[in-house]
Ligand binder design. Structure first.
Ligand code: HEC
Length: 134
């Protein structure tokens, strides 16, 4: 190969490098069936969290570890979710809080329920739960 071409090839591959690196390291693929990010304990989470409602119920949520803890506690108490073992619960919490944390897409943390206007569509169960928590 003439030197000129070899050099052009080298320059081209160096220029292309950042693009390919970005793809490999950052992009987490989504499960085509559920839309869940396929990383960490996603399969464990899927196994425990899509029996009663669509995965969208939690995929559209963003929360800190504590937000997710309280969601799962509420579900155990009121949603009929059988108590999860500590280890499984912690792994699911880690998956949710690492992959569905408040971040770029949703810049602020969720507003505490006590500061929100009354929700006209709230269920009776939820209403009682909120009332007991105050
Ligand atoms: C046994 C059934 C059941 C299972 C299993 C279950 N949920 Fe739920 N979940 C519910 C019910 C019932 C609701 C309330 C639906 C409503 O308010 O319309 C709910 C609501 C939710 C909500 C919305 C809460 C809100 O503030 O509106 C989230 C988020 C959620 N579930 C996440 C999860 C996650 C994460 C898991 C796995 C750990 C899970 N669910 C497993 C029954 C379940």
């Amino acid at each position: 190969m003439p030197k000129k071409y070899a050099l052009a090839l080298l320059v081209a591959s160096i220029l292309a490098l950042p693009a390919t690196m970005g793809q490999d390291s950052k992009e987490i693929r989504l499960d085509p069936a559920t839309g869940m990010k396929m990383t960490g304990d996603w399969e464990l989470t899927k196994a425990h969290c899509i029996a009663c409602h669509s995965p969208q119920t939690f995929l559209r949520q963003r929360g800190t570890l504590n937000n997710w803890k309280s969601i799962i506690a509420w579900m155990e108490e009121k949603g009929g979710l059988p108590k999860l073992g500590e280890e499984i619960k912690n792994r699911i919490l880690a998956y949710l809080s690492q992959n569905y944390a408040p971040g770029e897409e949703y810049r602020r943390a969720p507003i505490p329920a006590t500061l929100m206007p009354e929700n006209p569509y709230i269920s009776e169960t939820r209403k009682q739960f909120e009332a007991n928590r105050r």
